[in-house]
Design a protein around this ligand. Sequence first.
Ligand code: 5MY
Ligand code: ADP
Length: 292
Amino acid sequence: MLKVPDHQVAGHQAGHGHPGPLIDDSGRFYKPLQDDDRGAIEAAFYTSFSSNTRVPDHIRRFFPVFYGTKLLEASDGSGQWPHLVLEDVVSGLSHPSVMDVKIGSRTWYPEASEDYIQRCFMKDRKTSSLDLGFRISGLQLYGSEESGLWKPDRKLVQHLSADEVRVVLKKFVSSNSPVDPNLNPDCSFASSVYGGSSGILAQLLELKSWFEDQTIYHLNSCSVLMVYDKKKELKGESSDAKVKLIDFAHVTEGNGIIDHNFVGGLCSLIKFISGILTSPDECTTKACFAEL
Ligand SMILES: O=P(O)(O)O[C@@H]1[C@@H](OP(=O)(O)O)[C@H](OP(=O)(O)O)[C@H](O)[C@H](OP(=O)(O)O)[C@H]1OP(=O)(O)O
Ligand SMILES: Nc1ncnc2c1ncn2[C@@H]1O[C@H](COP(=O)(O)OP(=O)(O)O)[C@@H](O)[C@H]1O
């Protein structure tokens, strides 16, 4: 049975004349192809990437598995619509904590239309992208049985300062309530989710070392999705923290040049996360929580 995912944290949702993603019980995520160049570019990227022998296997695991495209009844009831069939990277998690981080200080690229460049330019300048090299596009995490799911306003999280971004990255790996402005995030899962030989930081560093060298693709406006199961962390079990790259609607050819916009953003995100691991107790001002 297909259903609308409640774990979607950013991107287009059903409404305003276009369908949104769907999931099924077998762990697949169906992303509607956008009906302009973006759909064709993303489908072409997945097709090229899946068969590109220059992509090492240890890097391939950071991308959702691609199962082709399929015509499906659109989630907004508008009829049959082509969808990308992808691995649902959140499937099987009971209390999924999910954060979508759009990488790059600029989301525009020279090949785009002038109108698109102008829109991106304004968004990059107004959000944290220009200052930090990335912006949090959206997130969700479980607070507690009482407070339930915390899904802060997307527009708010995109515009945070460096201090506020640090707070959100701390909340993401904390056991205490994310909604209480008087609580300093305890970072009790930082070492298991961000740290360790297979944690999020190690995965980001592995990606970085490939992106410092690869010149095949430029991942414009692409996101890092960070995912783990908070329920497992609360029970002291391994939560299989994962990093996946998503959203390839603006990929262009690298033409022998490294994707320095992506590498820069990744380095900046890495610096924030490694700072939390080395100084989890660093005092965070109350003003930062109040905003959220
Ligand atoms: O429609 P909006 O204003 O929500 O903007 C979309 C963005 O949402 P956000 O600015 O983060 O709230 C959205 O960003 P996210 O994927 O949510 O991070 C995309 O940038 C989307 O453009 P495209 O599909 O990548 O070409 C953007 O869609 P377009 O405006 O380019 O259609
Ligand atoms: N393969 C996937 N598995 C699970 N969730 C996904 C997957 N791809 C995307 N998502 C969810 O959908 C959101 C939007 O995806 P994205 O590809 O960025 O769409 P858009 O092109 O509309 O911006 C992400 O923030 C994430 O929550």
